[in-house]
Design a protein around this ligand. Sequence first.
Ligand code: SF4
Length: 442
Amino acid sequence: MNKRDSEALASRLSSQGYLITDSEQSADVILINTCSVRDGAEQKALNKMRMLIGKSGQQPRKPLFGFLGCMAQAHGEKLLEEIPGLKLVLGTHCSHKLPEYLDMLLKGEREKIADCGEMDAPPVFLKDHSLLQEGSEFPLVSAFVNIMHGCDQHCTYCIVPETRGKEFSRPIADIVDECRSLAQNGVKEVTLLGQIVTSYGKRLISASPEGLSPFVQLLEEVEKIEGLERIRFTSPHPKGYGLDLVEAYSRLNKLCESAHIPLQSGSNRILKAMRRGYTTERFLEILSQLRSVRPSIGLVTDIIVGFPGETEEDFQETMNLVRTARFDNAFIFKYSPRQHTPATEMPEQVPMEIREERHARLLALVNEIAQEAYQHKVGETLDVLVEGLSRRNVNRLQGRSRCNKIVLFEGPSAWVGTIRKFRIVRAGQYSLYGEPIETEDN
Ligand code: SF4
């Protein structure tokens, strides 16, 4: 979400005459778009800002410094008092006002601005996109499109309902227009974005006569867009995986066989304390339903270790579920207490050493299973959307398979933006190496 917000804001500022620089020393304006989901992310942003402001003391012309995003929303005006030199604090509900506020500050009409907006008001969705990939001359191949904002779920550990507010969805036609315009400009893949995409449209759109949820109705409309080749979405909630969504994977050709479904814990006791609204049995049933319609589906999850009250037995249940589920990857987080969330008040907070130790054990297991899953792909032929240069080796190109695995290969840059077939010859750690297969399409 933050990446998309940053991209949209950068694109909007560019269209108004600002230039993006990759050097902090030459910038007139430095904005940090912040995340609040864990304390580590907040501390990183605060330290970075203090360091930049401190360094700017030696510069002849001081840049204008601002915080955007979730931490700005959660802490508001007090950041201006706590960090001398900070001029702008702009929350998640009013990021569209950024150009206006920058103008006022740069002209000296205001000295400092903090605006966190009205959390109950519908948000303004930014539709701006840069048609070039960040920091490169390659065209945009894959784009994020916001379909909703906020979350009404209130999991007991999560600060998102406070920093992003209530759920608001965009109308289907509006989203389809944005996706169509991207496709007309050469974009081949869209990722539909929201904190809880499977709740999309629940207050806006009724189920169709065939019983399709608003989210599946949206997927059907995006599928019809000419020129668009692939659809992904993130993040879904296990509660939203009705049979209509499972069945959509077998019916919609552009819907890629990959899913990032947050598990959070393998213990039903902990899932209940987290207020997640599903059981481990139901979670495993969803995975098996998805694998039955798309056997090659790539499945990724998020897991929190050390939630208050998590015992070694609860943690072992998570380890066991991971062994059963055999995810292609899992993002593992040490529980991080967040202000105003019920979990911070729960007794039996797990000491940090135990959280770290469980994190290390689970990560080792996830890596081992993932390595087997990647190794299993060797010898297969995969359709790969070529995205650009490899991040680690500029002599290689990289792309993604439909099951969302990074594939690295040698080839001309003219391949960027095309879908080509590759035979997988080797597996790395979370990447695959391919050789192009000569076909009529290739
Ligand atoms: S569903 Fe996701 S975004 Fe919403 S409260 Fe739960 S963890 Fe946070």
